[in-house]
Each structure stands twice: as structure tokens, then as C-alpha cells.
Design a protein around this ligand. Sequence first.
Ligand SMILES: [Zn+2]
Length: 238
Amino acid sequence: MSIQQPEAIADLKEKIATSTRILVRERLIGPFGHPSARIPGTDLVAVLGHTHDDVKDLAETDPDDVVIMDLDGEVVEGSMEAPGERFMHTEIYRARPDVGAVIHAHPMHCIAFSMTDVPLAPVWHLCTLFADGVPVYDSAVQIDDPERGRAVAAAMGDRKGILLKGHGLTVVGSSIEEATVSAVNLERSARLQIMAQGLGPVAAIDPTELTEELLTDGLTLEEYTHTQWDYWAVELAR
Ligand SMILES: [Zn+2]
């Protein structure tokens, strides 16, 4: 797919709009926060535009709210600016050829973990993609230049996500659907861990059970992802 293939890009923009509406409904993003996806085969990224200048309700996000930028953060197609923290996206795409999508969000329960030394643990079976750990980027500043973007990418390494101290989270996936599902599940897992800690000591899931086969009941990661994505997309249409 290239920038010359409008149908494929239109499909990607539609998925980013759907991702945004899911993330709003799950309270991962409000006026701030943004999903993006790499346009396969290019050095271009489709990203939710800088919509809050217009105080737009993100629950009504549509494909026209998505812009295309290059890896320097310059908009090459679209009617609005890219988000201020676009460099977190661009530098992760530069560092991680395996990454097809990035979600940056500010959900409360994950942010609570970023304020403490208590690690987000694999406590919930729908969240064991993060069993390698979720590191914390030790700064609350906005990631609004390439140097900070590179620092976040380096701190995340080859993991699926990272918390930003007193700020939010960034989650990656091979597709926009996978990154969205993973981000929602990480926030739900953070909430569950906080709830459980109120009841007593929390035990993480046994590492020997942390295999994709055991935890997805034979589904591939793609099938597992789409089962949730499709369900949530149907919910949005109600
Ligand atoms: Zn942010």
C-alpha cells in the first residue's frame, strides 16, 4: 500500500476513527490522546489530528479528523495539524519496524501506577501480553520534540507499552486493532490490580501459564484481537 492507494488509506483512517471512539468510550482519552498507524510500505503515519483547537467531541471522530504525517512529524495530507506529542509516535516507528500502530492515552488507573514503585503485573488473563513488564518513563513533560520521542522509545525497548510518570501510557501493536485492544485491556488490568490490592496481597498469574496458546484458548493473537475489536465496534453502533 502506498500514499497513491486511496482506498487502503481510507480504510486505515476509518479504523483510527473507530479506535478513537473506542478509547473515548473507555475513558482512555478525553481532550488529549491520540492513536496512529503506520501506512504499510511507507514512512508515513496516519494519526488523529490536533482536534482540540476546535473543541470537537472525540466520540464523534470521523476519518476527516485523521491526518497523514511523515516521520519528521510534518503533515503531508489533511486539514489540521498533527498532535503536539506526535514525536512519540514518529520515533517509536523509527525504532521499531515491528510496530504498526501506537496509542498514546492518559487513563487514570495506569497513571496511578506511574506515580508509585508498584509494578503493573500480569494479574488478568486478558492482559498477559504485557507479562514482560511495563517500564516507566521517569518524566512528566510533554513529548513534543524528537529527542524526547527517542527517549521514550529507548525506555520502552522491545516491550508492548510504557507508562509515562504522572502523565499517561503509550502502547504499541502490529495493527491499530491490536494496539487499541491492548491499551484498553492494560487500563482495565490496572484498575483490577488496584481493586484487588484493596482486598489483600495480589498474586500475578503463574508465568508457566503465560503462553499465547493457553491464554487465548487456541485463538491466534489476530483472532483474539478482532473478537474484542469487532464486539466493541458493534457496541459503538448501538
Ligand atoms: Zn500525553
